[in-house]
Design a binder for this molecule. Structure first.
Ligand SMILES: NC(=O)c1ccc[n+]([C@@H]2O[C@H](COP(=O)([O-])OP(=O)(O)OC[C@H]3O[C@@H](n4cnc5c(N)ncnc54)[C@H](O)[C@@H]3O)[C@@H](O)[C@H]2O)c1
Length: 264
């Protein structure tokens, strides 16, 4: 994929302390953007921002926020307006899961996962669009991370699968409603990506499947037609394309990046 031009843009990335979110913030910075890094983990997100500012010579501003709170999202966008200015790109990468079968999921589990994985994306997208409209801009981009779990369902991962399927639908409706404001909206559906989250999932879900984490990892990667996990940078590349100037006419779509996993 050719490089993108993000010169003069401010990109807000959630879940940016580690994993795909951090890779995505790096990619935007590499392509010339200033970045805002949001994460619930203050220490790690501050380190990530420092690392990115040094490596790419850009402005990288960290904020520690729990995105499951709509009040916290309101406060965040107010602070950003004062400290940074208008945001041009919103990349929704924060996400959590609970490794439980639906028979065992509690209302509290359901609420926690849905609020972080789905409601926060709707709410931030609304605040993002409002600040662009108020600033008189007719251009902006939203890209969110959904999952292959939204397409195939995953055993022991029901609340997450439901939330991610919700992102796909949200992306379609936002694409439709925000088109008149010049805001493109898309989502990516990654397969197994080699991050801390997936390593943690191997630990917790393996016992549900009666396997050791190593056996579980081998079984999962063996089930991918391309026979390997995806790297965070590969997802970040796709997100930078979808949120970049060359993809402005693409909206309401979800693009699967799963090594063929959803084809079988
Ligand atoms: N790793 C995979 O295999 C995979 C596959 C498909 C989709 N995804 C999705 O990609 C995204 C990133 O996944 P990852 O593997 O990099 O995970 P990760 O756990 O490494 O990173 C997620 C980040 O989100 C942050 N976060 C969690 N809850 C938050 C909250 N309430 N407020 C603010 N920040 C919060 C975490 O602190 C963490 O830094 C997630 O949405 C995930 O569902 C991951």
């Amino acid at each position: 994929m050719m490089g993108e031009n993000y010169q003069g843009k401010v990109c807000l990335v959630t879940g940016a302390a580690r994993g795909i979110g951090k890779a995505c913030a790096k990619k935007f910075a590499e392509y010339g953007a200033d970045v805002i890094l949001i994460d619930i983990n203050r220490q790690v997100v501050e380190q990530a921002a420092q690392e990115i500012a040094q490596a790419y010579g850009c402005k990288a501003t960290p904020f520690a926020v729990d995105l499951s709170s709509t009040d916290a999202c309101d406060g965040l966008m107010r602070e950003i307006k004062e400290q940074v200015g208008t945001v041009n790109v919103l990349a929704n990468c924060a996400g959590i899961t609970v490794s439980k079968c639906l028979l065992d999921v509690t209302p509290a589990d359901w609420e926690r996962v849905v609020n972080v994985d789905l409601r926060a994306i709707w709410y931030l997208s609304q605040l993002f669009a409002k600040q662009l409209i108020a600033a008189g801009k007719k251009q902006g981009n939203i890209v969110s991370i959904s999952s292959q779990a939204s397409k195939i369902g995953e055993y022991g991962n029901g609340v997450y699968s439901v939330s991610k399927a919700g992102i796909n639908s949200l992306t379609q409706v936002l694409g439709l409603e925000y088109a008149e404001h010049g805001i493109s909206v898309s989502a990516v559906c990654p397969g197994y990506v080699n991050t801390e989250m997936v390593q943690e999932v191997f630990q917790t879900r393996a016992p549900l499947e009666g396997m050791t984490p190593a056996e579980y990892e081998k079984t999962l990667t063996g089930s991918v037609p391309m026979g390997r996990m995806c790297e965070p940078e590969e997802v970040a590349d796709l997100m930078a394309f979808l949120a970049g100037g060359r993809a402005n006419y693409i909206t309401g779509v979800t693009v699967t990046i799963a090594g063929g996993k959803t084809l079988i």
